[in-house]
Design a protein around this ligand. Sequence first.
Ligand SMILES: C[S@@+](CC[C@H](N)C(=O)[O-])C[C@H]1O[C@@H](n2cnc3c(N)ncnc32)[C@H](O)[C@@H]1O
Length: 320
Amino acid sequence: MSRARHPAAEKWDESDEALLRLLTMLSGKGYAFVTPTPATSRRMAERRPTAPLTLRDILGWSRPFGRRDIGPEVFDLLETAGCLVETEGGLRSSVRVSTVRGLLFLHSAFPATATDAVFLGPDSYRFADLIVRTLRSGPPVQSVVDIGAGAGVGGLVAAARLGAGADLTLLDINDHALRLAAVNARHASIPARCVLASGADGIPAGVDLIVANPPYVAGQSGRVYKDGGDLHGARLSLDWACQGAERLRPDGRFVLYTGSPILDGGIDQLERLLHEQLDPERFILDYEELDPDIFGSELRRQAYDGVERIAAVAAVITRR
Ligand SMILES: C[S@@+](CC[C@H](N)C(=O)[O-])C[C@H]1O[C@@H](n2cnc3c(N)ncnc32)[C@H](O)[C@@H]1O
């Protein structure tokens, strides 16, 4: 693996510390927010908020605010963290804070349009649920790697469930994601190595559990959390699963959550390719459709010609 970026490493600075204090303050106030789809966030943005604005308006719905709408403590923390943005409509926070399974996660504010935006959305909730369900049975787990960790949802939910002793590594190619993931990990009191790395590159052999929710959207939006490569966006899912599975110890599991493009005629190409590429003598593949139809609005785009729907799927690969 390439460069380590651990909360304890020298890169941890006063802006990270300010974000950590923001999370501590929010948990003290019982803050909770569930991030919905971009379409729902857009509809909420069109609604007039009722005065006075709340922390959920500012840090959840990413609404613009004035200096008087926000207490001096939150203002100072956002300012020190470099997360206050001046816009025509007023100030905005560049970070959003969401709750997933009782943990707080900093990620990018809505709309997450920057190339290096840090994703967290309904897929992250389904991914977390899948991990928790998978961990209810199976062999003991100590080492956990989350590929394309983003804000750290998969890895941190897994480690929280496993308790003390989990050895967690969060991988991403987005340094900004690793920065927020490091703060989220420290807030959750979960030690985590945050490492800048592409796909399964450099994962040591013999890992107990690998989890991934890769980018799976077809075409080129320029956003690293979205673009899944060829095969109508299924390329990264296929490659991470096949390469990562090789890194598992015997009985180790790879938990893949992704969106699979279902081709005209009802063909799940990702499922077919996983079956073709994972040697059944060495791996057991459990594949399941979790939701038959997600992000249907994407099908308008040319990149989805020949695709009849996008399904949320789970693939759990066990090394024999
Ligand atoms: C859909 S987001 C999922 C984030 C997080 N796992 C979650 O479920 O909330 C995909 C993540 O993969 C990362 N990513 C994209 N290409 C990658 C690559 N080649 N190697 C590692 N991570 C990558 C993105 O930066 C992004 O954080």
